[in-house]
Design a protein around this ligand. Sequence first.
Ligand code: SVQ
Length: 325
Amino acid sequence: EEWRERGAAVGTQREVDASGQTTVRPIKKGVKDFNFGRTLGEGSYSTVLAATDRQNLKEYAIKVLDKRHIIKEKKVKYVNIERDTLNRLTEHPGIVRLYYTFQDERSLYFVLDLASGGELLGVLKKLGSFDIECTRFYGAEILDSVAYMHSRGVIHRDLKPENVLLDSNMHVKITDFGTAKILPDPRPNGRNVVGEPSGDPTDGAETDRAVSFVGTAEYVSPELLRDKNACKASDLWAFGCIVYQLLAGRPPFKAPNEYLTFQKILALDYSFPDGFPEDARDLVERLLVLEPSNRLPVEHIKSHRFFDGMQWGKSLWRQKAPRLN
Ligand SMILES: O=C(O)[C@@H]1CCC(=O)N(CCc2ccc(Cl)cc2)[C@H]1c1ccccc1Cl
């Protein structure tokens, strides 16, 4: 353990000395600063553990990745993308926040928000399906978070109820950015012309060409299946699948195996169950469109009649979450 290296930390601390001089230092945290608790989840490349900061007793979720396994599976790029996206997405209540990263000889650690409400998928499975009020609320919080991601040049690429966590007040916290895509920076200062390889190995475009990623079968967009390229509208396709699933209790494209699911997606082969609410049906039909550029853009989704009366912006996140029943 004395090998413990202190990785770059996101948190900082300020100290004012006798002469009033303030110094800001990055907080250096390490394994020894936390009491690790139960396992919250196991991924193919990571384990997430509940942990308590021994100094301030704050609770976190710590994602632990085994370095040897990552290197063996050639996933180092995904680790850097997860760090880069989480470092970019810091100002939104609907996105899991990264507080610190550190490492020791064997592992990497991401210290993240603890979303004690679990996965939206778990709640949905328990209830079977959501009523319109709950679907509007959770749809709105997911959409607001996706809009923020896109405004920061990040495409999630694997949106699904499993990656929508719930905090202690049952508000949304979107997670799992290891497979996100960071769009080349469109700033006019010529830092890098959009579309030209920036040479930066962790920027989405570069990674995409190098390693083609396909999300989870039921939520994958047709363009990703056809041209192996995801765009912001790919997240809106997944959003359409999620709204459908919250109300219907199952995703729109589901077949006995992945290949048949892909065929259904490419053929837009899905239907609505009887009694599916009309406004929601109209919204879903404007999102599950094969041509990405013909999907309803975020601003038009927010003003769609399914979300009539929804308060967007800060009040969306201040209101009490509707009781799930
Ligand atoms: O970006 C950071 O926060 C630091 C910077 C310094 C550093 O060495 N690392 C680890 C880089 C790394 C990535 C993958 C493997 Cl398999 C090993 C090391 C980074 C890191 C440390 C802990 C957790 C994640 C990361 Cl990317």
